[in-house]
Design a binder for this molecule. Structure first.
Ligand code: SF4
Length: 337
């Protein structure tokens, strides 16, 4: 929730949501003090994956590199509505993206509109290629979206295309201009445009120019983020030389995430992730559903949220025998600057 302005979240509070927020954080506090997970309340934050298809081939992304083991597809609008109906009473913040490019979903604008009708703050994260079309940018701005994160990992076409394979920087620059123009025409300040820059070996020399260039293009904010890699070979290829921007330490041929995790992972108290086929997992690091918590085709969301699978997963994460996904987790590490 850190990347969203606090006033936007506060504006969505209702008495029920406020009480629920209190229940969630009190149970989290008790769990931390006692070391024994107890959870009260309902999700404050939800990540929903509209699609796990993508139009680019970014080499360190499971989807882009073709390594995602789940079937590809799109979340049916009816299932999305069903999830929203079951969660909107407590929900404050919706991340309407996970794996894949969310704007490829045919009903994406409608999904945002439905969440905004339910007074939920919505963020989209996109490679921005489709927003080079002004009509699409206008449609997105009209949907009520609060914030968009656009991935721009190079300030020149040559550096950008090393990672965003299949994409063109000029299209993202056009996307920013289109969104600004649409905002002006609609006389509104949203969506706030955040430019996300993954620092890698081939683009770290551009870091000092990022903020000025982003301002020139029309972005409202810059998010500098460290890159995730899968192997020591990839680390050698992609990790920047600047220690500050390396997510990992490297020793004895192994990569170790610099994360300083609390024993109790707050993500499992505040929300969870729904994949495009209605499968529910605990967090976005579980890309291949190694700890599947339930299927919305078989159970209601609330049954899954209150179910033994999630309780068991919380205990595993808090225990000494953590799931594999936690060993490569960066939650708790300051990724954005
Ligand atoms: S990978 Fe583990 S520690 Fe990290 S956010 Fe997920 S559950 Fe929490």
């Amino acid at each position: 929730m850190k990347e969203v302005p606090l006033f936007r979240l506060l504006a969505c509070l209702t008495p029920y949501r406020l009480i629920n927020l209190g229940q969630v954080f009190i149970s989290l506090g008790i769990s931390r003090l006692s070391g024994r997970p107890v959870s009260w309340g309902f999700p404050l934050v939800l990540t929903i994956e509209p699609t796990n298809r993508c139009d680019l081939a970014c080499p360190q992304c499971s989807t882009g590199a073709g390594l995602l083991r789940r079937p590809r597809g799109d979340l049916p609008l009816a299932l999305y509505q069903h999830i929203l109906q079951q969660t909107q009473r407590s929900l404050l913040y919706l991340l309407l993206y996970d794996q894949g490019e969310p704007l490829l979903h045919a009903d994406y604008m409608e999904m945002i509109r439905l969440a905004k009708t339910a007074k939920v703050v919505v963020t989209c994260s996109s490679n921005g290629q489709l927003l080079a079309d002004f009509n699409k940018a206008c449609e997105l701005a009209s949907s009520g979206l609060d914030q968009i994160i656009l991935s721009v990992d190079g300030l020149e076409e040559s550096s950008y295309q090393i990672y965003r394979q299949g994409g063109r920087l000029e299209r993202v620059v056009a996307a920013i201009a289109n969104l600004r123009k649409a905002r002006e025409q609609l006389r509104q300040k949203t969506p706030r445009i955040c430019l996300q820059f993954l620092v890698m070996k081939h683009n770290e020399h551009e870091l000092e120019r990022v903020r000025d260039t982003a301002r020139c293009w029309g972005a409202d904010r810059v998010l500098i983020k460290s890159v995730q890699v899968r192997s020591p070979q990839d680390a050698d290829w992609f990790l920047p030389l600047a220690e500050k921007y390396r997510r990992y330490t490297f020793g004895s041929g192994r990569l170790t995430v610099k994360s300083r995790k609390s024993k109790i992972c707050d993500r499992l108290w505040t929300g969870c992730v729904v994949h495009q086929d209605g499968h529910v997992v605990g967090c976005c690091f579980d890309k291949d559903e190694s700890a599947l918590l339930g299927r919305l085709s078989e159970q209601s969301f609330i049954t899954i949220w209150r179910g033994e699978a999630l309780r068991h997963f919380r205990r595993r994460v808090a225990g000494s025998c953590k799931p594999d996904i936690c060993n490569n987790c960066t939650h708790g590490l300051a990724l954005y600057q």
